[in-house]
Design a protein around this ligand. Structure first.
Ligand code: NDP
Length: 419
């Protein structure tokens, strides 16, 4: 039915690609295009003979809009799936606009070079006006709304698990469970153990930038920012057990605050073990998380990129990781005049994921919704022109696909709440 260009061939993209190949009725042809061609070729060779999807590969630098346009014009895809890094979001969106093709991604834009004066000036203004200092925000991509609308194109932002499925859960709660949602707590628990003292489950640079930043939450129409990891709670997660979790800033809070009408508070918590936090603090204290280049023996190196080279490749964690993830949203609100609470979540087993797609559950829980988001656009089930986040569409077909593609969800009434 459709032809799709997938950019990136890392941990998350590999899962999305394998899942596209299991949905060959929709994904008739795919092209895997990334910076390192050998990774695309290796995956294509592995999948050969296992799927009806026709797979092609290409090398592309997604920071180069002209190169992207040349590839898009020659392959003529119906959709571009950006599963590279958030650094490439704007270039790929520009290329999609220039060539007239729909777009989707799994994480919102942030710049690679934090010293870029144009970005810095706008960032500093936003910190002052909005009150949160995360390096990423939706404003850069929301600026494309009219351009995509006028071109008759769709851009779907953040179709992973969180962001992504968490927003679909919110849309589902809004549609079926509540007349008014008052609070949302998004809980992201990874109970997996890979046996290393320190490793990140997805791209280390993006991951460490996110978790070392100040936390923030939305309350009564404004952002409240707190020191990194300064709000700690414990929760007993189904399938995992009791874990410490910490309040983080997270991108979907920004869009949910706009799209879930009347919501009074939105928070995001992620679990971390003590070993992870101790290592991260130490690396931060010695400057290893810095993105500012330094001179070392006549060469320029970026400390966090050097650290990435030392850490285990997240894609290599798959066979070693045991345990489960549990990610979901707890809601409080009102239905038919009565107070009500509900929890929608998914539990995913690292080893089961590895058996199916040779990846751990973090890549799995992101790659599956990336495929589903693409499927929603390609089948016309999500059909609006402009730039949108997942909660702006009908959640029902997406929720059905989660059940069919390895991420079944549960709804629990009267869950234990987070104080
Ligand atoms: P990886 O680092 O494993 O993979 C990134 C891929 O992008 C690699 O194949 C890399 O190529 C390629 N790439 C990087 N730069 C370029 C470029 N300039 N041109 C072409 N290709 C490029 O990252 P992950 O798979 O872990 O993460 C992918 C995305 O998923 C990220 O945006 C991340 O933030 C997001 N994510 C979203 C989550 C969610 O729930 N929404 C959760 C986890 C991740 P090379 O092989 O040469 O390095």
């Amino acid at each position: 039915m459709a032809r799709v260009l997938i950019i990136g061939c890392g941990g998350v993209a590999s899962v999305a690609i394998r899942k596209c190949c299991k949905n060959s009725d929709v994904f008739r042809e795919i092209m895997i295009a990334s910076r390192t061609l050998s990774k695309c070729d290796a995956l294509a060779a592995k999948l050969k003979g296992t799927t009806d999807t026709v797979i092609k590969t290409a090398q592309v630098d997604a920071d180069d809009q002209d190169a992207l346009c040349e590839l898009i014009r020659s392959y003529k895809p119906d959709l571009v799936m950006n599963i590279a890094l958030p650094y490439q979001d704007l270039t790929i969106m520009d290329a999609c606009l220039q060539c007239g093709v729909d777009y989707m991604d799994t994480a919102n834009y942030e710049p690679e070079n934090l010293d870029d004066p144009v970005w810095k000036a706008r960032y500093e203004k936003r910190c002052k006006e909005e009150g949160f200092s995360a390096l990423f925000d939706y404003s850069w991509q929301w600026d494309y709304k009219d351009k995509f609308k006028d071109a008759g194109l769709t851009a779907l932002l953040g179709s992973g698990f969180d962001p992504g499925v968490t927003q679909v859960f919110c849309a589902y709660a809004q549609k079926h469970l509540f007349d008014e949602i008052e609070t949302i707590d998004i809980l992201d628990c990874n109970g997996g153990d890979h046996g290393y003292p320190f490793a990140t489950n997805f791209n280390p640079e993006i991951n460490l930038r996110e978790v070392s930043a100040p936390g923030s939450y939305w309350q009564d129409g404004k952002w409240i920012e707190v020191a990194p990891m300064s709000i700690k709670r414990q929760y007993d997660f189904d399938g995992v057990g009791v874990k410490d979790m910490y309040l983080l800033h997270h991108e979907e809070i920004e869009s949910l605050a706009k799209n879930i009408k009347g919501v009074k508070r939105i928070r995001f918590f992620m679990t971390f073990g003590q070993s992870y936090l101790t290592h991260m603090k130490c690396l931060e204290n010695v400057g290893m998380l810095s993105t500012t280049p330094i001179e070392y023996e006549g060469r320029e190196i970026v400390p966090i990129q050097f650290l990435k080279a030392l850490l285990p490749d997240p894609a290599s964690l798959g066979p070693r990781t045991k345990g489960k993830t549990n990610i979901g949203c707890i809601f409080t609100g009102v239905k038919d005049g009565k107070r009500k609470t509900a929890y929608i979540y998914n539990v995913c087993d690292h080893q089961e994921c590895y058996k199916e797609v040779e990846s751990q559950a973090i890549s799995y829980t992101t790659g599956v919704p990336a495929m589903i988001g693409a499927k929603m656009i390609l089948t016309g089930k999500w059909d609006k022109k402009g730039v949108f986040t997942p909660e702006e569409f009908d959640p029902d077909p997406f929720m059905d696909e989660l059940n069919k593609n390895g991420l079944p969800w549960k709804i629990v009434d009267d869950p234990v709440l987070v104080d």
